[in-house]
Design a protein around this ligand. Sequence first.
Ligand code: IPM
Ligand code: MN
Length: 356
Amino acid sequence: MQANIVLLPGDGVGPEVTAEATRVLNAVAELGGHGFQLESHPMGGNAIDDFDNPLPPATLAACKAADAVLLGAVGGPKWSDPTAELRPEQGLLDLRAEMGLFANLRPVPVFESLAPFAPLKPELLRGVDLLFVRELTGGIYFGPRQEQGDGDVAHDTLVYSTAEVERVARVALRAARGRRGKVASIDKANVLASMRLWRRSVTEVASAYPDVEVSHHLVDAFAMQLMRSPADYDVILAGNMFGDILSDEAAILAGSLGMLPSASLSSGRQGLYEPVHGSAPDIAGRGIANPIGAILSAAMLLRHSLDLETEAAQVEAAVANVLDDGLRTADLAPDGQAAISTTEMGQAITDRIGGA
Ligand code: IPM
Ligand code: MN
């Protein structure tokens, strides 16, 4: 098949990990006779430096016209001045809103070979298979805000409409049908009016999915339960900010934040794919970042935007294979154990695609 894929390498380790995901996509294309057109565009801090805009109009137009977008990471200390007018992160938020990417899927890959390395007891990890569905274009990230005022007060507003909650709830309920049939919906309904609306809207939509078991949890208690008995949960549905926080917490289960992929989807086939980790400025440019989150994001791109399920599964199997063989980037290598570089990991995974 032919596909037009926009690459947004971004900042920090972004370019390093996207290069490895690109290597994998090129291998998949060659093996299957697909024509993937990959085209890089500036976005984030680098785009602020070169274009005074974290999301230049040409980048946005290219993303809107693409079949799929693969992003590395944005941000870094250079652009973190609290008084700065332009922020790399704003480019990403605008891109999500402009592309209508309201549903963010964040599976937590728990590979057996990494279990002894994760900080939790290995027996707690047995049977863990989680999928976060995070609402991505609403909530406190997008509500009315005021940063300046008279300088002493700033506010952000948490707003949700029933329509916004219902459409993302449907994504979670449908996903649960193809899995273990359970959705845990996260809120703070004991305190926040917007979260009472959340709970009501989820309950309403869920009545059309009697085969799916829906439970409701307050975010604070759930944050603890998630580490105490992660195998109890299947799909976890959350608003923008709670989903952001809980999915980083869940990285503990995968052994490293560098392992987690994500897909941000609209109502159509188009999507944006990015690792959950950030730009990691502390390790950028050293060739030691874990490219697996980016590579598994490329697998999600193949599955969700290009409908190439077989190829997606091949990439995931190749990742499992290198981990079974004991290959580890530094984030997964306990002190003293030999670690391989970002490029070596990308190459090792590429070599195993198609069972080579
Ligand atoms: C994420 C990131 C972003 C978010 C930032 C970079 C805007 O943390 O994708 O999880 O908060 O959504
Ligand atoms: Mn985050």
